[in-house]
Design a protein around this ligand. Structure first.
Ligand SMILES: NC(=O)c1ccc[n+]([C@@H]2O[C@H](COP(=O)([O-])OP(=O)(O)OC[C@H]3O[C@@H](n4cnc5c(N)ncnc54)[C@H](O)[C@@H]3O)[C@@H](O)[C@H]2O)c1
Length: 250
């Protein structure tokens, strides 16, 4: 009998996995035996993560595309029978986040966060779902945020709308497809280590605000994704799992 959370033989896509949390998710899925397709909008980042996975003895291939480009997503997914799709590409997409109060924003600033955090998730789901249903197995996991669940005073309203929209979307996909062997769940993250933030004083301040007294990493998220991707999680669908060190829950 296969071990618990064994993913041998499963083909998994992790979007935006060229760095940060997505890279951790890719490593953990591969460590459980999955063949991992490492996506990023930036080819060199996807290659770097795939190389890390292979060096650790896992199976990984890099595949660059933009999750907000529906045709590119369809082309990447159509010919591959993904068992697991992890929607991790997010934040402000290829740009850095520029938090601002909504009333000070120009409407042109809304499109990016909605596009990557909501439309990107819809694009991959639409491209992968039919095949998953036909094969009678699929695991859709979306990496969302506490910002999609509660209001925050940090200038990220459009991001929160994208993340909250993705949470609602996954619940509908879960129920539309319940009983088909396909599950759809989300992970709402709290304060995580950020690749672009190197200010030790800021990191310490943010960590102090987390009940568990540290920022989360890909090693906190990867095992939760492994569980949701496993055969054993087949009765878990339409859920939002909070992985946040004890903070930011409803
Ligand atoms: N870092 C945090 O504090 C935090 C908190 C809560 C939720 N999250 C969510 O976790 C996920 C990962 O966050 P992170 O901090 O590791 O991200 P990151 O910004 O460090 O890395 C994301 C990767 O996605 C790639 N990417 C961006 N736009 C893309 C697109 N359109 N198509 C394909 N790839 C694209 C980037 O090139 C980058 O390599 C995101 O969905 C983010 O919103 C992060």
């Amino acid at each position: 009998m296969a071990g618990i959370f064994d993913l041998t033989g499963r083909l998994a896509l992790v979007t935006g996995a060229g760095q940060g949390i997505g890279a951790g998710i890719a490593r953990h899925l591969a460590a459980q035996g999955a063949r991992v397709v490492v996506n990023d909008i930036r080819q060199e980042r996807a290659e770097a993560t795939a190389e890390v996975v292979r060096r650790a003895g896992g199976q990984a291939e890099a595949l660059a595309f933009d999750v907000t480009d529906r045709e590119a997503v369809r082309a990447a997914i159509a010919t591959r029978g993904f068992d697991v799709v992890v929607n991790n590409a997010g934040n402000a997409g290829a740009q850095l986040m520029h938090p601002r109060r909504f009333r000070d924003m120009d409407p042109s600033e809304w499109a990016g966060p909605i596009d990557v955090n909501l439309h990107g998730v819809m694009n991959t789901t639409h491209a992968a779902l039919g095949g998953m249903c036909d094969r009678g197995f699929g695991r859709l996991v979306t990496i969302s945020s506490g910002a999609g669940v509660v209001g925050l005073p940090i200038g990220v309203a459009p991001y929160g709308a994208g993340k909250g929209g993705a949470l609602a979307f996954m619940r509908h996909i879960a129920i539309e497809n319940a009983g088909s062997g396909v599950t759809a769940n989300s992970i709402a993250l709290g304060m995580m280590e950020m690749t672009e933030v190197h200010d030790a004083a800021l990191v310490a301040k943010l960590a102090a605000s987390v009940p568990c007294r540290r920022l989360g990493t890909g090693d906190d998220v990867g095992p939760a994704v492994v569980w949701l991707a496993s055969d054993q999680a087949g009765w878990v669908t339409g859920q939002t799992i909070h992985v946040n060190g004890g903070g930011l829950t409803t």
